[in-house]
Design a protein around this ligand. Sequence first.
Ligand code: 13P
Ligand code: SF4
Length: 358
Amino acid sequence: MDAVTTPIRKSSLPAYDPALREDLASIYARMRHVMPELEWAVHAPYVAAINALKRERNAVILAHNYQTPEIYYGIADYTGDSLGLAQHAAATEAEVIVQCGVHFMAETSKILSPGKTVLIPDAEAGCSLADSITPADIELLRRRYPGVPVVTYVNTSAAVKAASDICCTSANAREVVESLGTDRVIFLPDQYLGRWVASQTDVQIILWQGACEVHERFTGAQLRDYRRLHPGIHIIAHPECPPDVLEEADYVGSTTGMVRHIEESGAARVVMVTECSMSDNVAVQFPKVDFIRPCNLCPHMKRITLPKVLAALQTLSPAVEVDPTIAARARLAVERMLAVGRGAEQAPMPLPRQAAAG
Ligand code: 13P
Ligand code: SF4
């Protein structure tokens, strides 16, 4: 093994001594409100080792908003929603991309940057939505609805993207659907995001029965309880939630849209109806906002840890590979989406009840 591929043994991690504490003080300062120093002392040696090795490897670390604060604030070069991560993967000059997120996100990076090494620190980091649909299902749908275009959420495998006409994320789903200029689209695989889009557009949406195992656990009754217990609370929800949850929300949008909305609304008390770690990350950005935190964790996102990121950089594995023929077709679907961009999420999306009232 050469110097670059020789694993750093755990014993060679720097100790959390006063010098390291001082070196990393500015990083810890960002997350100290959500992490006691006792916990930081465990993470800090990994943060130091990862940041050093990252430079040596000419690597960039992309972290989704659902990653834990020590990843999000400690080692990530770019953080964001699925669309932002894809845009960054397409633009980066780095030789290595470390995807702190789930497998479909790493595949999207590989599709957009086929010449780069794309690492996913835990290859088992899956997604209930990605598991809910196959290319064979799409073939059946195309036979049932001839000529109707297939819009596929990025939370799917490369093979499913390759069988689709265009991808979308939660940030641009309506714009993508409307960009096709058809009366009907097949929308896969998230039934709740599909229903949300249907409530925002005149295009008829043919749904699939997939769901996110994290967001489908929220209920409208739970949110009504929050309103009762915390008067004046502002509810912001991800569109992967069921319709009765979205009905109760003051704002619905992608994870990035949620953050923008907190900033623009000036809300003092917020409940974020989405994955649990996101509230920690956002609480750091808005120290004056009081966050009520229901904690639905995504078990797949939580597979990514600092020791696994360090091991991935040391060994350059697990690397994500996508069959070149599938990648070429999937790239078309993702690039069509990137051409549509972020759409109207620049501004908060109108709520169904506001639209109905107006
Ligand atoms: P966005 O960050 O694109 O809103 O996606 C949410 C999600 O569930 C990703 O797995
Ligand atoms: Fe998939 Fe839901 Fe986890 Fe996102 S939060 S990765 S959609 S299971």
